[in-house]
Design a protein around this ligand. Structure first.
Ligand SMILES: *[C@@H]1O[C@H](CO)[C@@H](O)[C@H](O)[C@H]1NC(C)=O
Ligand SMILES: *[C@@H]1O[C@H](CO)[C@@H](O)[C@H](O)[C@H]1NC(C)=O
Length: 188
């Protein structure tokens, strides 16, 4: 009798779990299918981060012109992470850095034209979903998507530090000479 009750309970739980997962699958799959999946995989390899929650990645790759469920809020967090990453990086290397020097480093590294260089390297313009008449190569769009990517890493990893670190790995890769000049001990 007890065995049957336990059996029923187990079966019930399995049904509940599979039900929960089929819901997740439905949410993810329309976005993450076909050639898109392999590019998304490549992106995760390039940024050295595998998303646990793929729907966050789908949200990152969605511009406001395409859907109400888009990357705008991730973009806000991403901008903040990038700015904090730069301030923290420079201040921890040089605690006497002047306000002017820090401000100019921030402007140089975090401006849209600077960020969109790496965004194009990551081919975000090919991954971002936009409305039909919107140009996915527009700087503001790729740059927004790039910022959102680091916001999404922060949320997915539940860690701003992880996002900050992934940002510097990308920056180091792109401005290796520049970063080494400023931070010779930096392990890139
Ligand atoms: C730290 O920053 C200040 C002002 O920005 C600069 O004059 C100084 O040379 C820097 N120190 C080092 C070790 O880079
Ligand atoms: C934006 O970044 C680029 C590359 O780092 C730099 O040359 C340019 O001066 C920056 N623009 C502003 C407004 O800081």
């Amino acid at each position: 009798m007890a065995f049957t009750a336990a059996g029923c309970l187990a079966l019930f739980m399995i049904l509940c779990i599979s039900q929960a997962y089929s819901h997740v699958e439905q949410k993810i799959h329309p976005v993450m299918k076909g050639p898109y999946t392999s590019s998304i995989e490549e992106l995760q390899t390039k940024i050295k981060y595998q998303f646990k929650d793929k729907s966050l990645l789908a949200k990152t790759m969605t511009h406001a012109s395409f859907s109400l469920d888009n990357n705008a809020v991730l973009n806000i967090l991403g901008s903040e992470i990038i700015e904090a990453a730069i301030s923290f990086h420079y201040l921890s290397k040089n605690s006497t850095i002047s306000k002017g020097d820090l401000t100019s480093q921030k402007a140089k590294i975090s401006n849209c034209s600077a960020l969109s260089k790496d965004a194009f390297d990551l081919q975000l313009n090919e991954l971002i979903r936009v409305a039909p008449k919107v140009d996915p190569k527009a700087q503001i769009i790729v740059c927004g998507c790039y910022r959102a990517l680091f916001g999404a890493i922060g949320v997915d990893a539940k860690s701003l530090d992880v996002a900050r670190e992934k940002f510097w790995i990308r920056q180091g890769r792109n401005n290796i000479k520049n970063v080494q000049k400023h931070f010779p001990q930096q392990d890139l």
